[in-house]
Ligand binder design. Structure first.
Ligand SMILES: Cc1cc2nc3c(=O)[nH]c(=O)nc-3n(C[C@H](O)[C@H](O)[C@H](O)COP(=O)(O)O)c2cc1C
Length: 193
């Protein structure tokens, strides 16, 4: 395997998959719109039972990241009314960890053959596609959820529909931290019959 722990682009699809990792720190460098569109193109090529396209992408970059930052701060106050100004600021700053944030949500629709779980799985596959594509372009990403993914306040602030489910806040950007690639551990997870 040609490793990419130094954040260089992997050489093959297999390399890209096995050397993907969560980026801890991003450079403050914005991405071009065509780069983001390339990532979204990779996302929507995920397998999709019934071709229902259950994914939705909300892009935040530059100052629009404060829409999420403010909402996360408000959601914190709802949960913890005595959170002080510093805690609120810390919460809001999470939206600024990367130059680009892609909020990936699922909008499952009733279908006689494709249950909601399959539509959610398709969106998960779209996130993975996006992440591996980013890595292949020498970009880094990190997938976050936490309580804010399930907050009505956050959803409303982002303009999402009530029935829409946030599956991930995808931080994307030029990686600054060294990649830490965890070993692929199959032990106890496979049965050969
Ligand atoms: C559905 C989902 C939700 C996740 N939510 C978080 C999160 O809230 N915070 C976080 O630090 N990582 C989150 N992750 C990323 C995992 O923690 C990460 O992939 C794992 O630690 C393995 O590290 P690696 O991505 O570098 O291989 C999430 C991953 C998935 C699939």
């Amino acid at each position: 395997m040609t490793g990419s722990s130094d954040n260089t682009a992997p050489g093959s699809v297999f390399d890209a998959i096995v050397s993907r990792s969560s980026t801890k720190k991003f450079a403050d460098t914005s991405l071009a719109r065509h780069q983001i569109e390339t990532l979204l193109t990779a996302a929507v090529r995920a397998p999709d039972h019934g071709l229902l396209a259950p994914w939705r992408f909300t892009i935040l970059e530059g100052s629009s990241r404060s829409i999420l930052g403010d909402a996360m701060s408000a959601a914190l106050l709802e949960k913890t009314p005595d959170a002080d100004a510093e805690a609120q600021q810390r919460e809001a700053s999470k939206a600024f960890r990367s130059p680009v944030l892609i909020v990936v949500s699922a909008l499952p629709q009733p279908h006689p053959k494709v249950p909601a779980v399959e539509q959610l799985v398709a969106v998960g596959a779209a996130i993975q596609n996006l992440w591996v594509a980013a890595h292949s372009m020498s970009l880094g990403a990190a997938w976050k959820t936490g309580s804010h993914a399930y907050s009505a306040t956050v959803k409303r602030a982002l303009g999402l529909a009530e029935e829409e489910q946030i599956l991930g806040f995808l931080h994307v950007g030029v990686p600054l931290s060294k990649a830490v690639i965890r070993p692929a551990d199959l032990s106890g997870k496979v049965r050969w019959l």
